[in-house]
Design a protein around this ligand. Structure first.
Ligand code: SAM
Ligand code: SF4
Length: 344
């Protein structure tokens, strides 16, 4: 029986700082067909398959969160579309869209498999997709992704748009790499009716040299300044409950997003948590602390009581914010794990 002091299993998830948790990002694999230089080392050791949650376990996990008030589900990785049979998982999740419990089912992808899966994704109720793309130059693309090929990704973006998916391009701002492409990428997005968001590079992955990382860091304050050299830039009040801030370029009418974990703190409005492909929950991308959901998931049965209690306990420990800081020309708050582990 539920006492007056104990929230029912399905009560909304509210963290200690009164933030309602309505957005779940789930990494369905740590594997990827690319090796982006800021994300992975060239020779990664991936988890043995038996460590991963099965698709059925991922379904139970996401369903438990949806029961507890999660309304937006983003599937990520690693590269989510390289997970075998992933479309069956999207198909299963579409029942929560049909019931109205889930408002949005979406994914972040490198685009390499979109040509193959765009139509199937649309059929499961996905309407928007984030595609990561840092450069429009094929040679630079091969350099930054190590294993990626630009034409394949461009075909994927075309296929997504043909299928009816709204595409947002996420570009990591990298000093000395895509600085001079700001205008080209922006006009390319305008011509193709693609949304565009810039992301600051974050200190993830202990095997990525910190000195190199600072070299890569191109503050979005400077990106914004670069826009001001070419456009009239108007700040927009709009927030998506997440870290992105938006501006409008008056000349093109484009809305551009900035995700600035380093030059601007966004934690006060954080509504999200992340779960890895092994069932660890990270309640803050920028803190090391995590809790295991796989054991309670595997021990739960009817009603998922143990799993839901473990989710609630983890949210009860959600930190106030992250500690990333480059302001003293050294990497503060460096995280040992890779972005592909928690899913970006
Ligand atoms: N493979 C998919 C993709 O690339 O879109 C999904 C996973 S990837 C880890 C998600 C996002 O994290 C990508 O947009 C990628 O550019 C970003 N990312 C990876 N490492 C990063 C880092 N160190 N700093 C900032 N963004 C990073
Ligand atoms: Fe793969 Fe995405 Fe990481 Fe690039 S950013 S290596 S595509 S997981």
């Amino acid at each position: 029986m539920t006492s007056a002091m104990t929230p029912s299993l399905t009560a909304p998830l509210i963290d200690p700082f009164a933030r309602a948790i309505t957005y779940l990002r789930v990494s369905v694999t740590d594997r990827c067909d690319f090796r982006c230089v800021y994300c992975m080392s060239e020779h990664m050791t991936f988890l043995p398959k038996k460590e991963l949650l099965t698709l059925e376990e991922l379904d139970r996990l996401c369903t438990a969160f949806i029961d507890m008030g999660v309304e937006k589900l983003r599937i990520t990785g690693g590269e989510p579309l390289v997970r075998r049979d992933i479309i069956t998982f999207f198909q299963a999740m579409s029942r929560h869209l049909d019931s109205g419990a889930l408002k949005e089912l979406t994914l972040t992808t490198n685009g390499s498999q979109l040509e193959k899966y765009a139509e199937a994704l649309y059929a499961t109720g996905v309407r928007r997709v984030n595609v990561s793309l840092d450069t429009l130059d094929a040679e630079k693309f091969a350099r930054v992704t190590r294993w990626g090929r630009l034409p394949q990704v461009l075909r994927g973006i075309d296929a997504a748009q043909r299928a009816g998916l709204r595409v947002k391009i996420n570009a990591v701002a990298l000093k000395g790499f895509n600085e001079e492409e700001l205008s080209a990428i922006t006009s390319w997005c305008a011509e193709r009716d693609l949304d565009l968001t810039w992301i600051e590079v974050m200190p993830m992955g202990e095997d990525i040299d910190p000195a190199n990382r600072i070299g890569q860091y191109w503050s979005l304050k400077d990106v914004r300044q670069a826009y001001e050299d070419h456009y009239t830039v108007t700040d927009l009040a709009e927030r998506s409950g997440g870290p992105a801030r938006y501006v409008r370029l008056e000349e093109s009418g484009q809305k551009i997003g900035f995700i600035t974990p380093l030059s601007h703190n966004f934690c006060e409005s954080c509504n999200r948590v992340r779960v890895t492909c092994t069932g660890e929950i990270y309640t803050c991308l920028g803190q090391e602390g995590s809790a295991d959901l796989r054991a309670p998931l595997r021990a739960s049965s009817d009603g998922e009581g143990l799993l839901k209690a473990a989710i609630r306990a983890a949210i009860g420990d959600k930190p106030k914010g992250h500690d990333f800081d480059y302001s003293r020309q050294e990497v503060g708050g460096q995280m040992s794990r890779h972005m592909s582990h928690t899913g970006g």
